[in-house]
Ligand binder design. Structure first.
Ligand code: URA
Length: 436
């Protein structure tokens, strides 16, 4: 078999066999297939799609590119959660300690920023010392000892996803339904969780911009989960505007800390309470969403979720002084407010534009392997539907470079639109694809 023939076959819209998919995935992971061929193949998949059978085969090949964990050894029922990526999405930082503090073990492999969307690992690395490259043994031990662990795709676990993910980020091949489904589900299957909640984003700032596309992705991932013998449910949530107010690594971490202390933006809090409640139901800690919600609200208000967060950060060698006193976290040199040019009602906060602006400030990567600036980003002071007076701040830019600050300013002026008529608020969730 030759990689070039597999690329040509996909270019010509033919269905790949399981053997061809396995060959390509294994060859890329071993280094026999170079980045340029993998890029061409990923672009052919993006343009021509895959059948559900191909996507399932790709997912399983990627899950089997390294070791598969069996969490049953350390937790009778462990959960995981994954978001398809968005702007201001710091949900994992909040719900992981919340559900773990409710007695439901959570073992999770997260990703880095991808395109305009942020990544949990980059946010966690704002904390000096935090380790994102745990071995399998460390992952299992920590899950057993404290019921919470969040790591990256190490060499042991789903290495194919780590490699493809970084490649797609810089080759314009992120927004492909089969590649997203395989990326998400391969990590989840290799991670070994028994129950998985998927937060599938839709809107301008999501890889799946239409509700129809998001439903298709969610349904496919739920069915791949079933084939792999996992309990999977998906929630479809809004990503037209950023989630919460903070965009950028340390800024988002600070906002997550606020929520764990019972403060923070109400949309983010409500989103997290909903996701965490679903996890408790799927993980059989609660029979109904109502009971689950009481449990998660209690975990936050009684401080148990916060204590679990500290325990988790310490276990992964993060310096806990930085979360106890978030003012120690990386801080930008330059802060500039962007004010409303007219009075009225916010009718658009373009999540994609805001996410790309944040990447332009240095919060994300322009090319594979770039480092990120943890300090920079954007605070959004208003949400869609809010009233604003001319001259009031809509955004604050956090930058470390004058030139990038000026560019961000220009972009954000376009990202926000104000109407003189009242404008409805955006929903948080649109649909649920339940476990069947
Ligand atoms: N999240 C992932 O894990 N993979 C993708 O491809 C997109 C979002």
């Amino acid at each position: 078999m030759r990689a070039v023939d597999i690329i040509i076959k996909k270019r010509d819209r033919l269905e790949l066999s399981d053997e061809e998919i396995n060959f390509f995935v294994q060859g890329y992971v071993s280094g026999e297939i170079p980045d340029y061929q993998a890029s061409a193949w990923a672009m052919a998949v993006l343009l021509n799609g895959m059948t559900d059978h191909e996507t399932t085969a790709l997912t399983l090949a990627m899950a089997d590119s390294g070791e598969r964990l069996d969490l049953s050894e350390v937790a009778p029922l462990a959960v995981d959660k994954h978001s398809t990526g968005g702007v201001g999405d710091k949900v994992t930082l909040i719900i992981a300690p919340v559900v773990a503090s409710c007695g439901l073990p959570i073992g999770k492999m997260s990703g880095r920023g991808l395109g305009f969307s942020g990544g949990t690992l980059d946010k966690l690395e704002s904390i000096p010392g935090y380790r994102v490259n745990l071995t399998k043994e460390e992952f299992l031990r920590q899950l057993k000892d404290i019921g919470i662990v969040v790591t990256g795709q190490s060499a042991d676990l789903a290495p194919a996803d780590g490699k493809f993910y970084a490649l797609r980020d810089v080759t314009g091949t992120v927004p492909s339904l089969p590649l997203i489904a395989a990326s998400v589900m391969s990590k989840k299957i290799a991670g070994g969780a028994h129950a998985i909640i998927l937060d599938v984003k839709t809107g301008i700032g999501a890889f799946m911009q239409t509700l129809e596309g998001a439903r298709e992705l969610a349904t496919l991932m739920v069915s791949i989960g079933k084939i792999a013998n996992r309990k999977v449910a998906a929630l479809i949530s809004d990503m037209n505007q950023p989630l919460g107010c903070a965009i950028g690594n340390a800024l988002e971490l600070k906002e997550a800390i606020d929520i764990l202390h019972g403060h923070g933006p109400s949309d983010l809090r409500e989103h997290c309470l909903t996701i965490a409640s679903w996890m408790l139901v799927l993980g059989e800690k609660a029979n109904t969403l109502e009971t689950a919600r009481e449990m998660v609200e209690d975990a936050i208000s009684q401080g148990r979720a916060w204590e679990k967060f500290r325990q988790w950060i310490r276990a992964q060698r993060g310096d806990v002084r930085y979360v106890d006193e978030p003012e120690r976290l990386p801080a930008a040199r330059l802060i500039k407010d962007i004010s409303a040019l007219q009075s009225g009602y916010i009718c658009m906060l373009n999540a994609r534009e805001i996410g790309e602006t944040s990447v332009g400030l240095g919060a994300g990567r322009a090319k594979k392997g770039d480092s990120v600036d943890h300090a920079v980003g954007i605070i959004v002071h208003r949400k869609v539907g809010d009233q604003v007076q001319k001259g009031e701040p809509v955004f604050s830019i956090y930058a470390n470079d004058e030139h990038r600050l000026t560019e961000a300013q220009e972009r954000l002026l376009i990202a926000c639109q104000i109407s003189d008529q009242p404008y409805p608020r955006l929903p948080l969730f649109y649909d649920v694809i339940p476990y069947a």
